[in-house]
Design a protein around this ligand. Structure first.
Ligand code: NDP
Length: 265
């Protein structure tokens, strides 16, 4: 019988993950099927996993913290950042991983000579990616609309600002929109005066939102900056998740070759 995989989230109807993984199963001739499952109660994640006899799953908004709680064993990095987006069942145990952050790290690796990074936003995605970037040697500063979410970054020793406290004498090599501003609206992630200060000094700008040109990326283009959206991050988190699903049977490049077909259809 085929191994079953799914994405748990709410909503999940828009997710590209089923297409990405099913194309890869087909291309690699691996006997797997990937579905989507709209889960309303995050507490039910673990019982659903066993009930449906799933081999592996991705977990998206709003259940990444529940996914962390649902696991028996956690990868060292997932443990450190407190968020899981990939679970694999081995025997009767659930193993949890975070592939969003390494996916983002890989996605920005094409930009060379980057040292200082400014994150606009301080949500769950910024949390894991800020830590992996720092571990990789980048200096990360966090700028967020509200002060509340900055507390955990301050505890971790990151430099943080709100829009009101932001000082602009520093130059940031890479500016990243880590907010959901621009996802379903046409808003910028911070006041335009701040962007006018920081973008001209930046070497490149990245958005984690994919599949559309956000107001942030449009603004960066008016300043002639190299830009990229969140598609590579999405692709790479999927490739790394697939490596875990198939317990490293295929190489990163083999998986990538198949999975990227989901982005050109
Ligand atoms: P969270 O809900 O955890 O955090 C949202 C963040 O955005 C907060 O910092 C919030 O600020 C800020 N924010 C929201 N709206 C605005 C606004 N209008 N102006 C300024 N700041 C705003 O979200 P996630 O971290 O889970 O997701 C962030 C983004 O990352 C989403 O767009 C998501 O689609 C994308 N993503 C992309 C992935 C990929 O593979 N490409 C993978 C995962 C996520 P405040 O604290 O003030 O509320």
């Amino acid at each position: 019988m085929s191994q079953l995989f799914t994405i748990f989230g709410n909503p999940v109807s828009h997710s590209k993950s089923p297409l990405m993984h099913n194309l890869t199963f087909k291309g690699l001739n691996h006997d797997g099927v990937y579905t989507r499952y709209r889960l309303e109660e995050g507490e039910q994640l673990r019982s659903k996993f066993f009930e449906l006899d799933i081999k592996g799953a991705n977990i998206t908004v709003p259940h990444k913290e529940y996914a962390f709680e649902a696991c028996d064993e956690l990868d060292e990095f997932a443990q450190k950042v407190g968020a899981v987006n990939t679970i694999v069942k081995k025997g009767e145990k659930l193993y949890g991983y975070n592939t969003d952050a390494p996916g983002f790290l890989k996605a920005i690796s094409e930009f060379k000579e980057i040292k200082k990074v400014l994150f606009l936003g301080a949500g769950g995605t910024a949390q894991s990616t800020s830590i992996i970037l720092r571990d990789a040697g980048y200096a990360v500063t966090i700028l967020n609309r509200s002060a509340g979410r900055l507390k955990r970054y301050q505890k971790e020793g990151f430099e943080t600002f709100t829009f009101e406290s932001f000082k602009t004498d520093e130059a940031f090599d890479l500016v990243v929109n880590m907010t959901s501003a621009g996802l379903e609206d046409e808003s910028l992630p911070c006041p335009i005066e701040i962007l006018e200060e920081i973008i001209p000094k930046a070497k490149a700008c990245v958005d984690v939102i994919y599949g559309k040109e956000t107001p942030f990326l449009k603004f960066a283009k008016t300043k002639n900056k190299p830009t990229k959206d969140g598609s590579d991050m999405l692709l790479y988190q999927g490739v790394i998740a697939f490596e875990y699903f198939c317990e490293k049977r295929y190489s990163f490049e083999e998986i990538k070759e198949q999975m990227q077909k989901a982005f050109i259809l």
